[in-house]
Design a protein around this ligand. Structure first.
Ligand code: X2X
Length: 339
């Protein structure tokens, strides 16, 4: 009876607020569960576009009981800040690449970033939606975080520079290039003879603009959204690494949701990840012409000599030893032999 009474009262209030143009009736109650969700890329990136849609869909599917509040573009702090907020529970959800700062506390999560491992998307999703992904989610669980099943796509990464196109490994020698804060990323570019600096994404535009670094590497959707074409001249299609974002949650926040809401939450977020993947893959094809019209000069790259150089530098041997035989075998199940 009590519940019915409450619902009637809310219906009455809802009708009143509808007249005054306030909250629609369906969501007249404040959400029971309100989670903040931080991302490190600008509002217009498909991660956030589909993130906003996911938040809407979740509100619909839970009748307003669960709310996701998206904070794009490092509004809550840089990658390292958001990761510590996530761990403490100050932030409930964070989209983070396993190869990025997550790998500084969980080295295993960097394995998806091994240089030139994935050649195309079928290979990527075979691994990340398959055994390697399941194994990685298990590792993430061991450090007290929850990872949703579907990884959101960032894309195949390409080197951009302000001073010269990269067509062969020699062009990378001594190049001052920004990479995310990650031992694997640093090792990859050192192995290729460049001079990498680890910086959180929030600092990249300024670092390029002030020439603290001459280069960075990211997929086209990011080059567009973060306007790197304003401060970079060349884009070399190196495809040296695929990258994606885990949808990570603080474990206590996840555990607050009763099982039926957990099920809806996972379903909605994972469906949004699939839609985002399709959008990013398309953008990464389509954006070349648009970015070229904005002045970015593209060139193709033969990956073979770059990969050979990494092999000679001992990159694959070193990282195989660090990740261990179990993880490496899972990666090679999808990619084929890597060394
Ligand atoms: O920091 C980057 O370059 C970015 C946005 O691609 C990642 O999150 C790895």
């Amino acid at each position: 009876m009590g519940a019915l009474f409450t619902r009637r009262r809310i219906a009455t209030l809802g009708a009143a607020s509808a007249i005054s143009g306030a909250l629609p009736l369906r969501y007249a109650r404040a959400a029971e569960y309100s989670f903040k969700w931080g991302t490190n890329v600008p509002e217009s990136h498909p991660l956030n576009v589909h993130g906003r849609k996911a938040a809407e869909a979740l509100k619909e599917a839970t009748n307003g009981r669960v709310e996701l509040r998206l904070f794009p573009n490092n509004q809550l702090g840089g990658d390292a800040d958001m990761l510590s907020q996530l761990r403490s529970g100050a932030l409930e959800c964070f989209s983070l690449s396993g190869v990025n700062v997550l790998s500084t506390m969980l080295p295993a999560s960097g394995i998806s970033g091994v240089g030139f491992a994935f050649k195309d998307y079928p290979m990527v999703w075979n691994a990340m939606d398959g055994k390697l992904g399941a194994w990685l989610r298990g590792q993430i669980g061991k450090v007290g975080l929850v990872a949703m099943d579907k990884v959101w796509d960032n894309g195949f990464r390409r080197v951009t520079t302000s001073n010269r196109p990269i067509t062969k490994p020699e062009d990378l020698q001594g190049l001052k290039i920004r990479v995310p804060v990650s031992p694997l990323w640093i090792s990859l570019f050192q192995g290729l003879g460049a001079s990498p600096t680890g910086l959180n994404f929030a600092e990249v535009y300024t670092a390029l603009q002030t020439k603290v670094v001459d280069a960075e590497e990211n997929p086209p959707a990011i080059i567009k959204a973060a306007k790197f074409y304003e401060v970079q001249k060349y884009c070399s299609l190196t495809n040296h690494m695929w990258d994606g974002w885990w949808f990570l949650m603080n474990r206590r926040a996840w555990a607050q949701l009763p099982p039926d809401l957990q099920e809806i939450f996972a379903r909605v977020v994972n469906a949004a990840a699939l839609a985002e993947r399709a959008d990013v893959a398309k953008q990464n094809e389509d954006l070349k012409a648009e970015l070229a019209s904005m002045g970015l000069v593209f060139n193709n790259v033969d990956p073979a000599p770059f990969r050979a150089m990494l092999g000679k530098a001992g990159f694959y041997k070193t990282w195989k030893a660090k990740f261990g035989p179990e993880a490496w075998a899972l990666l090679e199940e999808s990619t084929g032999p890597l060394d």
